[in-house]
Design a protein around this ligand. Structure first.
Ligand code: TRP
Ligand code: SF4
Length: 544
């Protein structure tokens, strides 16, 4: 199995390498749509088109990773490294996710509940929110229905181990701070943008749009207590919200930080080209010459023979850059360099004014230590690292009444396959197990599930079962095996080795499911009596 087949992946027993194909195969392949009934059939697209990163790349940075991480159920992330770092260093971080109260919580939601709870136990500030405004506007549920479902989500989250004393539970409709923040963020987002991200059109109602900015406010809400790395555990269908929130968070910043070489600005890919060219020039020039923009342009364009230092002396192994791969970035970089032809190149960290007040900009200039050059809209610093400049910019912003948001991080889990094959859907009861299902009912649903088994026992013994295509195996890996990697692995190996037959396998899974539901519902009942202690309002005063 190679690294470039992340789409082919269900949970792997006891190791994070995605393998097999339990994700959501065969479902419609549609763009990410938070309100569609779509599942994701091609996980690779998420990496290639949307810039989600592979979770395996950060796994080793995570202290004592959750089993969903170890087994590759959590397959992708955005900037989770920041959260992992805070976790390792005992620094503040937060985890937040939200639930639309449109039906009963089921075993798919349990993944997210568990993720929030795990981050809480790792020392994070944890938040669970009920997206009641979204359910009301985007799904048209009445407040009475919403209240009923809200109670159920809250009870299951608590029963699974969320600590409400340490963490925070809220519903969107009663959180004034969230709504105020949503209003501010809404100033930065316009209709065309929502249209492009969500396919909104002239028929989209205003409250639905408002529920989108409300979600961006949810995501940034933990940072109202001060900027901190924040992870949002969600399914990949929520990624559009992450992209929007990360954009808006950035636009709210007073200052931006960029690396530069001269007066002109460089895009990231252009800078990569100029970085290499500059580094090479510093190697081949002695340090009495001034490296100018035109030298870098010539080096990129024609190779080292074309660079005209007065006293240059090239080593004989000199070679031109490979032109093909980054041709476009190179072309653009060359144009900019030529345009500034005689300007000396000198690496610097530029802090620019995005939306700072005059006082804040003055304070920033004042605060920069070491050599600096001040311009109308930016200050170039020569002795600060990028990180130091970012920290300074954030401090000044906070001192002058800004939010100083960090870009929120996210982690993405695979959708579970429905027990009847196809996708797991709240509207098809047999396809999922509700956390409120009678334990016997849960038992029966597992017994009736489709499997990755062969037509006959003989064939199964001969060829082995297809655990990677089996919703029952998924139940083991995502839920029933719990922390026990060995057990998950055993089921997998016995299955594919032909030692395990589906009848017994399902019987075992069904019993475990029954036990899980019994236990879960007992804990729910215990919390039922303690709901009054919570801060969250369970009865909405709203009409209809
Ligand atoms: N839109 C999410 C859903 O459809 C619910 C939600 C609202 C949410 N606010 C959030 C999820 C913040 C994560 C973070 O279920
Ligand atoms: Fe699925 Fe179990 Fe049958 Fe294997 S033996 S295909 S895991 S039900």
């Amino acid at each position: 199995m190679t690294d470039d087949t992340p789409d082919a992946g269900g949970p792997d027993p006891g190791n994070a390498r995605p393998d097999g194909g339990t994700g959501a195969r065969g479902a419609d392949d549609v763009a990410l749509d938070p309100w569609g009934s779509s599942t994701v059939s091609d996980y690779r697209k998420l990496f290639d088109q949307f810039g989600i990163e592979r979770f395996e790349e950060v796994l080793e940075a995570v202290p004592d990773p959750h089993y969903l991480m170890r087994r590759g159920v959590i397959f992708g992330h955005r900037e989770y490294r920041e959260v992992a770092r805070a976790m390792r260093n005992g620094e503040p971080f937060a985890a937040l996710s939200g639930f639309m109260p449109t039906g009963d919580p089921h075993i798919g939601h349990k993944l997210v509940f568990d993720e929030i709870i795990w981050h809480q136990r790792q020392g994070g500030d944890a938040y669970g929110l009920i997206a009641d405004l979204e359910a009301h506007s985007a799904r048209g549920l009445s407040w009475a229905e919403i209240d009923e479902h809200t109670r159920n989500y809250v009870l299951s989250l608590l029963a699974l181990g969320f600590d409400p004393e340490e963490g925070e539970l809220y519903r969107q409709s009663t959180n004034r701070e969230v709504q105020d923040l949503a209003f501010e963020l809404g100033i930065e987002a316009n209709f065309s943008e929502l249209q492009a991200i969500y396919d909104f059109d002239g028929e989209t109602d205003v409250s639905h749009m408002q529920s989108v900015v409300t979600q961006t406010a949810d995501i940034l809400y933990p940072q109202l207590d001060g900027p901190r790395p924040t992870v949002i555990p969600v399914g990949p269908d929520q990624d559009p919200h992450m992209r929007l929130t990360r954009d808006l968070a950035q636009r709210m910043r007073s200052f931006g930080v960029r690396e530069a070489y001269a007066s002109f600005e460089l895009e990231d890919d252009e800078r990569e080209v100029v970085d290499q060219s500059y580094d090479r020039l510093t190697e081949i020039a002695d340090n009495t010459v001034t490296i100018r923009a035109i030298d870098a342009a010539r080096l990129i364009e024609d190779g080292e023979e074309a660079v005209e230092f007065k006293n240059r002396d090239f080593p004989s192994d000199s070679h031109a850059f490979a032109v093909s791969a980054r041709a476009s970035a190179q072309k653009r970089a060359i144009a900019k360099l030529k345009n500034s032809s005689k300007e000396p190149l000198r690496p610097r960290v530029r802090i620019f004014d995005r939306r700072a007040t005059d006082e804040a900009f003055e304070a920033l200039i004042e605060a920069v230590e070491g050599e600096k050059r001040v311009y109308d809209n930016h200050v170039d610093t020569f002795d600060l690292s990028r990180e130091a400049a970012e920290e300074l910019a954030r401090e000044v912003e906070l001192d002058h009444g800004g939010y100083g948001f960090r870009l929120p991080s996210s982690i993405y889990h695979r959708f579970m396959t429905g027990l009847t094959g196809g996708k797991m859907s709240s509207s098809v009861p047999a396809s999922h197990i509700s956390l409120l299902d009678d334990p016997e009912e849960g038992y029966e649903k597992v017994k009736a599930a489709t499997t990755g088994g062969r037509e006959t026992a003989e064939k199964q013994r001969e060829l082995g079962g297809e655990a990677d295509e089996c919703p029952v195996y998924e139940l083991y890996a995502y839920l029933l095996a719990g922390e026990d990697d060995e057990f998950a692995k055993e089921v997998y190996e016995e299955c594919v080795g032909g030692e395990r037959l589906c009848g017994d396998c399902k019987e075992q899974a069904a019993r475990l499911m029954e036990e899980f539901l019994e236990d879960h519902q007992e804990k729910r009942a215990e919390w039922e009596d303690r709901l009054e202690e919570l801060d969250i309002e369970l009865d909405s005063p709203r009409k209809r």
